[in-house]
Design a protein around this ligand. Structure first.
Ligand SMILES: C[S@@+](CC[C@H](N)C(=O)[O-])C[C@H]1O[C@@H](n2cnc3c(N)ncnc32)[C@H](O)[C@@H]1O
Length: 200
């Protein structure tokens, strides 16, 4: 893959600044972070430019690793470790332990049955008191937080019935079952949120 073929997400350009402000509040300067579903890698490139001492280990499903590798080589040479293949359904997650696991816009893309795998894997990968930070749109008790999220949810389900905005009422028990407890729920621009779970 040549650098000009790299996928680009305009949403990442819009949300990267508000997200890094949250990360800087919650992470120590030298935190070890595992990123799940890194996608285009734009987040990792940007976050690592502002948090140079954080060890940011990006991962994604195997077919996306090459695009991450090319972007990191081009836009963050020497700053990020080699991206790794990780599907949340894998039993063995790479590296660790990590102080935090970060995942943006993945829970509404992966089938709901994979959500417990994400929580279980994160709980295994985290240190005691480690954090799982999930960014994206969420609903509560069957209710969308905005009309735009309702339409986005409908468009996702039309595209693939296994996708859809997830409900915090369903996510919290899954997280608690593996010892991850919701510590904060931070409103973000464009009706997104960061759910911060802590390993208790
Ligand atoms: C909408 S993209 C988000 C990418 C990036 N985090 C962002 O915010 O732009 C969803 C990502 O979830 C990843 N994903 C989907 N199913 C996954 C799974 N089972 N394990 C790990 N990642 C998965 C996809 O490969 C994709 O990179």
């Amino acid at each position: 893959m040549s650098p000009s073929d790299l996928p680009f997400s305009p949403a990442c350009e819009r949300n990267k600044r508000p997200i890094v402000e949250v990360l800087q509040q919650w992470l120590s300067n030298d935190a070890r972070v595992l990123e799940i579903g890194a996608g285009t890698g734009q987040h990792a490139v940007y976050f690592s430019s502002l948090m140079p001492d954080v060890h940011w280990q990006s991962t994604d499903v195997a077919e996306n690793v090459e695009q991450l590798r090319v972007r990191f080589e081009r836009e963050a040479p020497g700053r990020l470790p080699e991206p790794l293949a990780l599907d949340v359904r894998d039993q063995d997650w790479p590296g660790g332990p990590f102080d935090a696991v970060f995942s943006a816009n993945t829970l509404h893309i992966m089938p709901f049955e994979n959500a417990p795998r994400l929580f279980e894997g994160a709980a295994r990968a985290l240190t005691g008191n480690g954090l799982l930070l999930c960014y994206g749109p969420f609903m509560d008790d069957g209710v969308h937080t905005s009309e735009s999220n309702r339409s986005f949810d409908a468009s996702l389900r039309l595209r693939d019935p296994s996708m859809g905005i997830r409900d915090t009422t369903e996510l919290r028990p899954l997280a608690e079952a593996v010892g991850l407890f919701l510590r904060d729920d931070i409103p973000m621009p464009a009706n997104n949120r960061v759910l911060v779970f802590e390993k208790g």
